[in-house]
Write a protein that binds this ligand. Sequence first.
Ligand SMILES: *Cc1c(COP(=O)(O)O)cnc(C)c1O
Length: 387
Amino acid sequence: MNQTTFPSNRMIPVNTPLLDGNEKQYLNECIDSGWISSEGPFVKRFENEFARVVDRKHAIACANGSGALDIAVAAAGIGQGDEVIMPTFTIISPAASVVRAGGVPVLVDSDPKTWNMDVSQMEERITAKTKAIIVVHVYGLPVDMDRVLDIANRYGLVVIEDAAEMHGQTVRGRPCGSFGAISTFSFYPNKHITCGEGGMVVTDNDTIAEKCQGLRNLCFQPHRRFVHEELGWNYRMTNMQAAIGLAQLQRLDSHVGRKREIGQMYGERLSAIPELELPLSETDYAKNIYWVFGVVLSDSFQGTTQQVAELLGQKKIGTRPFFWPMHWQPVFQKLGLFHDEHYPVAERMARQGLYLPSGLGLANLEIEHVCVSLKAILNDLTKSRTS
Ligand SMILES: *Cc1c(COP(=O)(O)O)cnc(C)c1O
């Protein structure tokens, strides 16, 4: 392919969603019928279909993935002083939910190969106060759930699975979102399926499901509305969001297939670059679904991650830095958490990692352009330091 054919003034955003199925038709049905609130019929349809796809008995749709975690943490009974084991390398949402509930996040470093929480470090973090484990599958490869569930069973811990980045992923053939007591998803536009903003809590347990339904709806009681025994949130999903979500869910397999194609294209084009560490394409229990295509700059690389991101930005190529670990978050340090804690693998990824345009709307020509541009930038930075 001729690289000069790429129009140099066109922006390649870090994410563009793909909305080319029944989205418009279903959305029109909402408007034509007047059902736009959470009472509309698409919410139940989306929940039922989603539960089926992830092999769960119940699905509870809600406003976003962070809200889904708030609901899951509350429904799991995590409260004052309860310790919850989780990765340091993640988005802030799981730790925020635990801290708001009065619990204490207890952190685990990452595995340098899969970028996920290092399961072999979990057991040594368990104390008499440990109540739960929040697993977060990061960037495209899942955590080995068999090992997590084994530890949880031996110590009697609740498992919450944050599967926000794992639609359509499996562990040894079983769907992500089917493990542990409660799993959560997000439908933000950069996830494998989106509804603009949205989330889902899934569980097999009838009592937990009922709790979750209450928690997302202010804990209204069926027999006497406006009298409350507990505090919930308004985390309801609208019929319009669910309409888009259902249309997206019908395309899940093709979305995951395309993400794998994008991941493979990047992998082939960037694998020979000594300055880059690339994501593993598979483990013995799962194949990468490349929620995002991340790269980690090697220790010997002379430039900085910010420089690379800035130079790509000048070429109108969007990137995002990797997660900033929980033990480095000013908000948690101000609360007195994680004092003097160090997690070297996560720290290195935070400093040296960034991800490239990875959205489902990305064209092959754009992937070529990103790879050619990145190579040129790394070359220039390496030369300018050595000359
Ligand atoms: C996106 C994401 C969330 C948050 O979802 P929102 O819908 O943006 O609130 C939570 N956890 C993980 C791992 C995510 O990737």
